[in-house]
Design a protein. Structure first.
Length: 87
């Protein structure tokens, strides 16, 4: 996203940080995505919109490969709005 020539995607990628959370053996791996600032125009859900319609991938085949990998591994998404308490 950060290298995209589309301003909305570039801004989204510039503000996105991905963290891998520690997992216990036998438990699923969880990731935390922190968007700061968050996009007001795009969704962070790996939905058909983000993968196909946003222009993130120029080739449909590449988009399908990424979407199929994500769809097979995602067990759920849990938005967690955070409140800044100190800077």
């Amino acid at each position: 996203m950060a290298s995209s020539d589309k301003p909305d995607l570039k801004a989204m990628g510039d503000g996105l940080k991905v963290y891998k959370m520690p997992a216990q053996p036998g438990q699923p791996v969880r990731f935390l995505l922190l968007a700061d600032p968050s996009s007001k125009t795009l969704t962070y859900e790996p939905s058909p919109f983000l993968i196909y319609n946003s222009g993130l991938f120029p080739e449909r085949k590449e988009a399908e490969e990424v979407y199929n990998k994500l769809a097979a591994t995602i067990q759920g998404l849990e938005p967690m709005p955070l409140v800044v308490i100190a800077k």
